[in-house]
Structures are given as C-alpha cells and as structure tokens.
Design a protein around this ligand. Sequence first.
Ligand code: ADP
Ligand code: ADP
Length: 227
Amino acid sequence: MIQIESVTKRYPDGTTAVDDLSLEIPDGSITVLVGPSGCGKTTTLRMINRMVEPTSGRILLDGSDITGQPVNALRRSMGYVIQNAGLFQHRTIVDNIATVPRMLGWDRRRARDRARELMARVGLDEALARRYPYQLSGGQQQRVGVARALAADPPVLLMDEPFSAVDPIVRKSLQGELLRIQQELGKTIVFVTHDIDEAIRIGDMIAVMRTGGRLAQFAPPTELLSS
Ligand code: ADP
Ligand code: ADP
C-alpha cells in the first residue's frame, strides 16, 4: 500500500502544486488521479518515486517512509510510463523493453527473451521487435512504453497520461489491455489523466483533484458525485 499523508509541494517559485493531500492507494488496484491541467497530478506521481520531494508531509510504501529508502531501489520497484512513451529512439523495440533488465545485470539473451514475452503480453506483433520507435504508430509506441515499464516486474506502475496522445479508438483498446494486464499481474497502478471518462472506465478508486492541488473526492467510480 502507498500512503500519502498530508503532503504539500511548494515549488521554489512559490507555486503550491499539491496542498495537504492525503490518500491511501491499495495494493493490486488502479487508483486514478484526475483533474484539470495544473492541479498537481504529475507532481503527486513524481513524489511517489521521489523525482520530486514533498515540502511537507510524508509518503509510505508498505508502511515505511520512502525518504528512508535508497532512491534507486525505490524506482526499480516502480515502472513509469509517460505520454508519448519516451522511448529511446536509437534502440530497437526489443532493446527498449530490455533496458531495465539489462541495467539489472541480466544477460542480453535473457533480457531479450523477457522483452519478447512482454511484447506478446501487451499485444505487439513480434515482427516489430527489430524496428525502431519512429517506425511504430503512436498506439504501438505506448504499448512498448507499458512493456518496458513491466520488464523488471515491479509491483507498482506509475502512469502519467499514458494514452492521451493516441486517438480515441486506440485509447479504448489500450485501456482494455491495461485492465487485462492488471487482472493477470495484480499490479498496483497509479494512473494520471485529465479525462474523467477514462478515469471512470479504468479506476477502482478515483482521486479527484482541483486547481490549487487539493483533493476534492476520493471514491470508487460508482460513488463519485458529479460536481
Ligand atoms: P498536472 O499534472 O495536474 O497538470 P502539475 O503537477 O504538472 O499538474 O503542476 C501543478 C502546478 O505546479 C502547476 O501550476 C504547474 O505550473 C506547477 N509546476 C509544475 N512543475 C513545476 C516546477 N518545476 N516549478 C514550478 N512550478 C511547477
Ligand atoms: P549489438 O551488440 O549491437 O546489440 P547484435 O548483433 O546483438 O548487436 O544486435 C544487433 C541489433 O539487432 C540489436 O540492436 C537488436 O536490436 C537486434 N537484435 C539482435 N538480436 C536480437 C534478438 N534476439 N531479438 C531481437 N532483436 C535482436
């Protein structure tokens, strides 16, 4: 479980991005952070893997404060997926996905086997393995991004608007794929979007944030109050 306890983030220029946020993110579920642009969703996500440090408050992972944990180990336990995938343009698809296992010291063969297994899991044809990212569609690139984030089998996946840049039909199929992966692998997923329909479609729990970085609601989709 990830516990966010009274967390505030004020950037050096004085912007309060997140204001006294408290959330409990249960294991094995999809928790969606939703709200308008600039309401602090990305900042919240980045505080979970310590790319951003809170100004006050604390975040616990399985009961212990993440500031007490080595940052590399913490990040290895959390896959990270962003909009436009952020793939390495000069590496093939299979090598993009194999990046983290290689960093963990797996030999190339094993890392590539793992990458091919993940390609199948996210619905990528293996014929794409030796292509480069620019040779793939936006939706395919996002699948590679998800496969890469899963490669070292981290318990947690952090996803920042992962499907926002693809067209609505492809987005639906990616959402369905994510739900299937979630059911099969039981990851704890924290998913950021500004799209309330997407939040309702995939979220087990939805944290509605509002401008100024405050939490407006935290509820399952069926109990969400329209406002
Ligand atoms: P969201 O993901 O909901 O769009 P962000 O977390 O990116 O929101 O940003 C929240 C607020 O913090 C915004 O007002 C944004 O301009 C500001 N902000 C984000 N990053 C920085 C930064 N590095 N320095 C100063 N302000 C920032
Ligand atoms: P390198 O040491 O430059 O990776 P290789 O001969 O191992 O040289 O591979 C050349 C390129 O061919 C790699 O960058 C990789 O993208 C691709 N490649 C090699 N072997 C495989 C494989 N088993 N599966 C997928 N792609 C491979």
